[in-house]
Design a protein around this ligand. Structure first.
Ligand code: NAP
Ligand code: ZN
Ligand code: ZN
Length: 349
């Protein structure tokens, strides 16, 4: 065990503050990673504030981790010291259930072991995330950051990138499809870039008129502010696929009306429960689906796709002492489009 510096929340009502955590010494199949950058996901806020229930405290959030390998166990074959690597939302799963066998570890029948706010299989030790200087992870749950990709802007791909890539692939988004992205935040801006790179005709539906120009720059063909409700008439029955990335409660039923006959709306954001009406689904044989991050193989595929298309996140780098303010800014929609913590600030602190 090694003591390392981190930022932790002591309870659902405490701000994040400096703390010390223990990391295990690398076992035979483990990769030890010195963390360089960690993206700030809205799920960090939901969990730190216990908005989903069952949070484990003290909590060290962070599941968009990029760093360099600093040690490997004796049986590690995939990585060597110095490699640029990433860790996303989970660090283990049962490995034997049908989901794990199919590369869908995030849907493991025994439950994935989340990177933080979870417990290690076997030991029950709480897991801690990337708001820290080091993490130790089994090699099978580590990703390779492609050569030449900027390491800070790569970090958000580990959650925001794969969470939007996976449903685009699963629901077979293809060139010419009309895809709407609801909410232009961390997930939303990646959804626009990825869908545009797949040749889709992307529309951004946003509560924030000020994001119109950004949407175009990210690759969207169309933009509609949702505030006055006009879009629900002007864009009715327009889309093959809607990716809903909104973090706060809103009326799903209104957005369902924007799908073509047979279209699908995929919920990615996880706000408080909201009532679903049968009518908009029944009236046009529409589907409502959900999707959670992506498996390890698909995450690597997404990273390689991003490298091939020159895609990374649009980020604002922050020091770890700015994290509480960054949360407040995210809640005010004041982020373009992902905060990324530079962990050099924690070593220096
Ligand atoms: P984010 O950067 O804060 O973006 C959320 C966006 O939602 C905002 O930029 C805003 O876009 C829109 N929004 C916020 N409040 C709203 C409101 N009251 N009504 C309508 N729209 C509103 O958050 P994120 O990191 O992208 O995460 C988004 C959600 O996805 C969170 O709930 C997070 O927990 C969840 N998530 C899910 C997965 C998964 O695997 N399914 C993975 C990661 C995150 P506009 O300004 O454009 O309206
Ligand atoms: Zn996330
Ligand atoms: Zn499993």
């Amino acid at each position: 065990m090694t003591a390392i510096p981190a930022y932790a929340a002591a309870s659902a009502t405490s701000p994040l503050a400096p703390a010390t955590i223990e990391r295990r010494a690398p076992g035979p199949r483990d990769v030890q990673i010195d963390i360089l950058y960690c993206g700030v996901c809205h799920s960090d806020i939901h969990q730190v504030r216990d908005e989903w229930g069952g949070s484990i405290f003290p909590m060290v959030p962070g599941h968009e981790i990029v760093g360099r390998v600093s040690a490997v166990g004796g049986e590690v074959t995939k990585y060597t010291v110095g490699d640029a690597v990433g860790v996303g939302c989970f660090v283990d799963s049962c490995r034997t259930c049908p989901q794990c066998e199919a590369g869908l570890e995030q849907y493991c029948d025994e439950g994935m072991t989340a990177t933080y706010n979870s417990r290690e299989r076997g030991t029950g030790v709480p897991t801690h995330g990337g708001y820290s200087t080091r993490i130790v992870v089994d090699q099978d749950y580590v990703l390779r950051i492609p050569e030449g990709m900027p390491l800070d802007a790569a970090a958000p791909l580990l959650c925001a990138g794969i969470t939007t890539y996976s449903p685009l692939r699963y629901f077979k988004a293809k060139a010419g499809d009309k895809v709407a992205v609801v909410g232009l935040g961390g997930l939303g801006h990646m959804a626009v870039k990825l869908a545009a790179a797949m040749g889709c005709e992307v529309t951004v539906l946003s509560t924030t008129e000020a994001k119109r120009k950004d949407a175009a720059a990210l690759g969207a063909r169309d933009f509609a502010a949702t505030g006055d409700g006009q879009v629900f008439r002007s864009h009715a029955r327009r889309f093959d696929l809607i990716l809903d990335t909104v973090s706060a409660q809103h009326d799903y039923n209104a957005y369902l009306g924007l799908l073509k006959v047979g279209g699908t709306m995929v919920l990615l954001g996880i706000p408080e429960p909201t009532a679903i009406s049968a009518f908009p689904l029944v009236a046009a044989r529409r589907s409502l689906a959900g999707s959670m991050i992506g498996g390890i193989a698909e995450t690597q595929e997404m990273l390689d796709f991003c490298a091939a298309h020159g895609i990374a996140a649009d980020i604002e780098r922050i020091g770890i002492d700015q994290i509480n303010d960054a949360y407040e800014r995210m809640l005010r929609n004041d982020v373009r489009y992902r905060f990324v913590i530079d962990l050099a600030s924690l070593k220096a602190a």
